[in-house]
Each structure stands twice: as C-alpha cells, then as structure tokens.
Design a protein around this ligand. Structure first.
Ligand SMILES: Nc1nc2c(ncn2[C@@H]2O[C@H](COP(=O)(O)OP(=O)(O)OP(=O)(O)O)[C@@H](O)[C@H]2O)c(=O)[nH]1
Length: 299
C-alpha cells in the first residue's frame, strides 16, 4: 500500500477492527458456547465463507482505493455487512438466553443498513469513474485492460493498439494510423542515463496526448516508438498533425536533472490510411518500413 494512503487510512483500519471487535464482544459476553453436537457445521462453513469474503473486501477496499468520501462510505457499508456476517457466524456456536434474544434480532439490521451505505458509495464511485474516464481519453479506447499499460509512459502498449485497430477495421471505420520515432534516442540514453531517458519518454507521451483529439488513441509501440489511431481523420489532416507534433518535439526544452541547459530532440513520423493495410500487423509493418526509410537528418 502507498505509505501516504496507509497513514491516511489508519482511521478506517481502526474503525473496522473496532466494529468487528464489538460484534465478537457482544456475542461472547451474552452467549453460551453450544455443545459440538448442537452445531450445524455446514452452516458454520457457509457463514464462515461469507464472513471471510466480507473481511477480504474491506481489506481490498482499504489497500486499493485512495482516501476520500467514496472509500469511507464503501468501508463503512462493508463493515456493517461484515458485522452481521460475524454475528451470524458466531451465532452458530453460541446460544443466547431469552433475555438476550435482542442480539439475534439485531443481527440482520447492520447488513441492510450497510447495503444502503454501499449503494451510496457505488453512486459516488460511478461519478468518480466518469471523471477518471475523461482523464483517460486519448490513452484508452472503449476497452480497459490494465495489464497492457506501459509502466514508463502510462500509455497502453502495442497489443492494445493492434486490437483496437483490428476492431476499427472490423467495424469499417475510416481514419488514419501513425507511427512516431524519436531520433537517436540510444545516444540520449548513453549520454544522460536511462532514468533521464524514461523521464523524457514520459514528457513525450504527455506532449503526444496534448496534440490529439479526445477520440484518438496514442500507445507506446516499443522503446522510443509510439503509434496512433485516429478514426475519421483524413490523411491530409493526419499529415498536418504529424508535422505539428514534430515541431513541438523539436521545441520541447528537456532539462536533465538540475541542469538548466535544455536538450532538444527530433522525431520521424509515418502516416497511413487505416484501409492501406489488411490488418493491424500489416499496417505496423508498413509504418515501420516507411519510418526506417526516412533520413532523420531531414526530420
Ligand atoms: N530510457 C529508456 N530507454 C529505452 C526504453 N526502452 C528502450 N529504450 C532504449 O531506446 C533505444 C532505442 O534505440 P533505437 O531503436 O536504436 O533508436 P534510436 O537510437 O533512436 O535510433 P534511430 O531511431 O535510428 O534514430 C535503445 O537504446 C533502448 O535501449 C525505456 O523504457 N526507457
């Protein structure tokens, strides 16, 4: 877990442990342990599984979500649900006297309340997700697979681009594809180190995203190569866009570490109509061979 999250989520961890401890305390202090022969072990197994899952979801919500209103509501709702699950589970091995029947009646209430709280959390989560989806425009194209995200640039990798291009072709979408390669990036790495190289690639990824439309897709192909999918864009417009991007890259004043002297790079670009190739792999081959045939001194 992110250490900043851990500190800020400690109140949720404390509240979860507290809530479940209250359930254990209520059951143990008001009930009497049943004889083994009285226990229905199938019920114990079933309710134990429900409890285990509820507790796992609480941990998953705390470690995977950043602090905030939605997380608090989600954890609160799950805790109410787990409270009922824990009482249900303990109920199997504890019997309550008539004076403590209220405990059995209390059992189901927290789960119902928890469902209401979780529903409010899910509405908040839905709104939050819509905002996040807007931020992912140009990086993502109507399909999500976090395993295909490149860790350096946070763009999707080549396989994602291939699948989306094949999708676009199968839906007979018009448009263009483009490939961009940074010139002499291996020299950049040798002179300034891989870490600075990574930082440069991250800046390039941001710059590329700024240039394209919300409906376009930019992915990292490999190393210093990037690929684009631009539906419903003419090759003329795509070529103009390509030259705008080349100008921007030439003017990107990259500073290595504490150095105030800027470094400037250049890039080569190749553009094709999406219908110029039979499929994504075929288009990639053509884009690459066009790129490789260009002289980078001219870029
Ligand atoms: N910093 C960094 N470098 C990478 C990464 N992936 C690949 N590279 C480097 O990118 C360089 C790409 O080299 P080449 O394909 O020869 O490209 P180039 O040096 O730009 O050559 P030209 O395109 O012909 O100008 C290699 O030095 C790789 O080691 C990465 O994730 N981070």
């Amino acid at each position: 877990m992110n250490p900043v999250y851990r500190n800020r989520q400690s109140h949720l961890i404390g509240a979860s442990v507290g809530a479940q401890s209250i359930a254990v305390y209520l059951s143990l202090s008001h009930g009497v342990l049943r004889h083994a022969a009285e226990i229905d072990w199938f019920d114990v197994l079933g309710e134990g599984c429900v409890l285990l899952f509820a507790l796992t979801w609480i941990v998953a919500a705390i470690i995977s979500r950043p602090p905030g209103r939605v997380t608090t509501l989600l954890v609160a709702g799950l805790n109410c649900f787990a409270f009922t699950a824990l009482l249900d589970f303990l109920d199997e091995s504890m019997s309550y006297s008539a004076a403590h029947e209220w405990l059995s009646m209390l059992e189901s209430m927290p789960a119902a309340f928890g469902m209401v709280v979780m529903s409010a959390a899910l509405i908040g989560w839905h709104k939050e997700q819509k905002a996040l989806n807007r931020q992912l425009e140009r990086r993502e194209w109507s399909y999500r697979n976090h395993e295909q995200i490149d860790p350096v640039t946070q763009l999707y990798q080549a396989d994602y681009w291939r699948a989306r291009v094949n999708d676009a072709k199968s839906h007979q979408l018009s448009g263009c594809v483009m490939m961009l390669d940074i010139n002499r990036f291996s020299s950049f790495n040798e002179n300034h180190g891989y870490q600075e190289g990574d930082r440069f690639l991250q800046d390039i990824a941001r710059l590329l995203i700024m240039h394209v439309r919300a409906s376009d897709l930019v992915c990292r192909f490999a190393g210093d190569r990037f690929v684009f999918l631009m539906p419903e864009l003419s090759c003329e417009s795509a070529t103009r866009l390509a030259s705008d991007i080349q100008v921007s890259i030439r003017h990107l004043a990259f500073k290595c570490g504490a150095n105030t002297t800027a470094l400037f790079q250049s890039a080569r670009v190749s553009v094709l109509n999406i219908n110029d190739g039979t499929d994504a792999d075929n288009l990639l081959c053509m884009l690459q061979s066009r790129l490789n045939s260009q002289d980078f001194h001219a870029a």
